[in-house]
Design a protein around this ligand. Structure first.
Ligand code: SF4
Length: 346
């Protein structure tokens, strides 16, 4: 996925090309505004990469970007929050019609961090079942619209949950292609190890048709996600399974891979500094979430013991979902350390 601002046409096209040259069969670009959609037209001209656009709550942009892409990803949890006067079936049919008109593929991308509330209500305390049932519901809607060119993804930052939900889905619908991913896996090498925990058993069982490795990396190293993906595939094919149990105990830092929504490129550097600063707590069973933007940051930090999400000039600090304050990029490290120490003490 491109992590440069989409409106920065030259950098985004160059990054898409670099990912393609590293072997990426599909490159995702985030489009949030009309300006991003406009930029995409030129990006399309500048790269040969197959492009997929990630629509969040701005799904109406699908009609604008359709001529420039090969695939559209929609998130059922985000679709829930827009145009509430319409039924979900109507909104999905509208997207499907666009995909049909332009010969595009679709991805139904369900994410544990943004499950539609009605599914959480229906399956209290079992977010795995909620994510699987949400995906099933959307598969049904897409199929009823007479569309077959789609894949499903069920992602979470916990590799064991990714393993569980994908196995459950594949058991019920082995005929539907699955796109695998561990979200916010963090920085290498831990991020790769977490990804392997889910991918190695799933791929060995024949589950998974496309993959994405999400790593927190600076822009000039984003192609390493692709390299890591190919290494995992090769190792599975040759029976070399590592399955490091990185989450069984100890400090767990989850951090997003960054995308065009990052408003301050210091985010990646901050994530690296947090990893180094918190090394002294490596044996503590504590989860720290570090997110790059205000779009998904607030929600994706809710379940962590300590959460940090980045705005353009400031960084928000949370403890168990409660906001503790907003700090500058300089102030946040000592504040986070103080909170970590408090947490360890308690
Ligand atoms: S948290 Fe924000 S910046 Fe990070 S990958 Fe998600 S949308 Fe992009």
């Amino acid at each position: 996925m491109c992590a440069t601002p989409t409106k920065d046409i030259d950098r985004t096209a160059a990054q898409a090309e670099k990912l393609r040259q590293a072997g990426a069969g599909l490159v995702r670009v985030a489009v949030d505004t009309d300006r991003d959609a406009e930029a995409l037209k030129e990006i399309r001209r500048q790269t040969k990469a197959n492009l997929v656009v990630d629509l969040q709550e701005n799904y109406r942009l699908a009609s604008v970007i359709a001529p420039c892409v090969d695939k559209i990803r929609y998130n059922p949890g985000h679709l829930h929050h827009v145009e509430k006067e319409k039924t979900m079936a109507d909104k999905v049919r509208w997207i499907v019609d666009i995909a049909k008109d332009y010969g595009l593929a679709l991805r139904i991308g369900v994410n544990c961090g943004s499950i539609a509330p009605e599914f959480l209500k229906q399956y209290p305390g079992d977010s795995s079942l909620a994510i699987v049932e949400s995906a099933m519901f959307h598969v049904d809607l897409v199929e009823k619209s007479g569309f077959e060119r789609f894949v499903v993804s069920l992602k979470d930052s916990d590799p064991l949950k990714v393993l569980d939900v994908n196995r459950r889905f594949a058991k019920s619908r082995p005929d539907i292609p699955l796109h695998l991913g561990v979200t916010e896996a963090g920085m290498p090498p831990e991020g790769i190890a977490k990804t392997r925990m889910a991918f190695e058993p799933l791929l060995s069982e024949g589950i998974g048709d496309t993959i994405r490795v999400s790593l927190t990396l600076p822009n000039d190293r984003k192609h390493e996600e692709v390299t890591a993906g190919f290494e995992i595939i090769k190792d599975v094919a040759e029976g070399r399974l590592t399955q490091k149990s990185v989450q069984s105990a100890g400090l767990n830092i989850i951090s997003c891979p960054s995308c065009s929504r990052v408003e301050n490129e210091r985010f990646v550097e901050l994530a690296q500094k947090i990893k180094a600063m918190t090394a002294y707590a490596k044996d503590r069973s504590i989860t720290i979430a570090v997110m790059g933007c205000r779009v998904n940051g607030p929600g994706e930090t809710d379940d962590a013991d300590l959460g940090v999400w980045c705005g353009p000039q400031t960084v928000h600090l949370k403890r168990k979902g409660a906001e503790l304050g907003v700090f500058s990029y300089e102030e946040i490290l000592p504040r986070l350390k103080a909170e970590l120490d408090r947490l360890i003490k308690s």
